[in-house]
Design a protein around this ligand. Structure first.
Ligand code: NAD
Ligand code: IPM
Ligand code: MN
Length: 355
């Protein structure tokens, strides 16, 4: 019997509501498919920051490194500036564990309502592959001459050859596994004169290794428009850290709700733990009411199981989500229902137990 060690970090806001539902469904899957989950719980959050002045202990990453995967809710809460909380917990995990791939599926589930007229599940089914350790999210730069008339700020965007090539390679490999074998690159080489032409250059170079993959590229502005007007054009979309971030909220929005969107922060070499978290944040506007949608968290749990080699269990969870939505099971307000967070979690755990 296999044991997977999971570090559990609910974090802030609705993370504290979605993570227990994620664990409920993971537990059902473990029983049903015959493996064990050894959970370690960490309460690191903006509350920890208020008490200790730190989002996580000095040796936080060493503590997490003892697990096979990290299962995270959300980080960020009013009162702590976002760049302090996120750069104190979430981003150090992504960077410290070299989770250079952020994989974010965007799929219109049967029974979910897209805001786009006349679109069906066959039209919206693609992946955003986001570069997750460098690019626009770099830590070089700063404020000079603060408080004076000469004051200015800079922030460098760092695109390394290794960093760009490895995310492009992952995206091409993923495209190869898909029936349409299509890869779209998000760029902005008309306005950004060094990094984006370089990205395009590396994309063209990598494409030579994958003659079986059809490629195209769009500037990020029109690409956003195409996501809305032509979601059926997309199969796998690869983008830099910032562009991938933007596209991975837009994609789920066109597919019905940000509340169901999952994500995987992957270190493909498995040298470090990977981390699984919903795309959404801590949602302070609805936190504490137990009305948030737990599906993004639960689906992230399925991605975690797949990464850990439990493919049948992962498929069973995704199938349960599809069936729940298609057959009018309990749904939260963001999807037009009035069920609570726990109702949805329990229904999915039940379905997995029987599935
Ligand atoms: P958000 O995703 O938290 O919320 C945006 C909107 O979507 C809100 O109206 C919210 O109610 C709704 N929403 C989000 N998740 C939902 C769910 N599961 N069910 C139903 N509705 C849901 O984004 P934001 O408001 O920009 O950010 C709030 C905080 O979260 C900030 O501190 C931000 O930095 C942080 N954040 C963290 C992460 C992360 O931990 N990965 C991601 C995004 C934002
Ligand atoms: C996400 C979030 C984070 C990001 C923020 C909270 C730093 O928006 O996971 O998409 O930009 O990566
Ligand atoms: Mn985001």
């Amino acid at each position: 019997r296999k044991t997977h060690r999971i570090a559990v970090l609910p974090g802030d806001g609705i993370g504290k509501e979605t993570v227990p539902e994620g664990l409920r469904v993971l537990d059902a899957a473990a029983r049903r498919f015959g493996f064990d989950l050894e959970l370690s719980h960490f309460d690191w959050s903006c509350e920890t920051y208020a008490q200790t002045g730190k989002m996580m202990p000095e040796d936080g990453l060493d503590q997490l490194a003892k697990s096979d995967s990290v299962f995270l809710g959300a980080v960020g809460w009013p009162g702590v500036p976002d760049h302090i909380s996120l750069w104190g917990l979430l981003i150090p995990i992504r960077r410290g564990f070299d989770q250079y791939i952020s994989l974010r599926p965007c799929k219109l589930m049967p029974g979910a309502r897209t805001p786009l007229a006349d679109r069906t599940p066959a039209d919206i089914d693609f992946y955003v592959v986001r570069e997750n350790t460098e690019g626009e999210y770099s830590s070089t730069g700063g404020k000079m001459f603060p408080g004076t008339e000469r004051e200015f700020v800079t922030q460098d965007s760092v695109f390394t050859r290794v960093g760009v090539d490895r995310v492009l390679k992952y995206a091409f490999e993923l495209a190869m596994t898909r029936p349409r074998r299509k890869l779209t690159s998000a760029t902005k080489s008309n306005g950004i004169t060094f990094t984006m032409p370089y990205w395009d250059e590396r994309f063209a170079e990598m494409a030579k290794n994958y003659p079986g993959v059809t490629t195209d590229q769009f500037h990020i502005d029109i690409l956003c428009a195409h996501f809305v007007q032509h979601p059926d054009w997309f199969d796998v979309v690869v983008g830099s850290n910032l562009f991938g971030d933007i596209l991975s909220d837009l994609g789920p929005a066109v597919a019905g709700s940000i509340g169901i969107a999952p994500s995987a922060n992957i270190n493909p070499e498995k040298k470090f733990p990977s981390m699984f978290e919903p795309v959404h944040g801590s949602a302070p506007d609805i936190a504490g009411k137990w009305i948030c949608n737990p599906i993004g968290q639960i689906w992230s749990g399925a991605m975690m199981l797949e990464h850990l080699g439990e493919k049948a269990a992962a498929d069973c969870i995704v199938k349960a989500i599809e069936t729940l939505l298609a057959e009018g099971g309990p749904r939260t307000r963001d999807m037009g229902g009035n069920a609570g967070t726990v109702d949805v979690g329990k229904a999915l755990a039940e379905a997995v137990s029987q599935g």
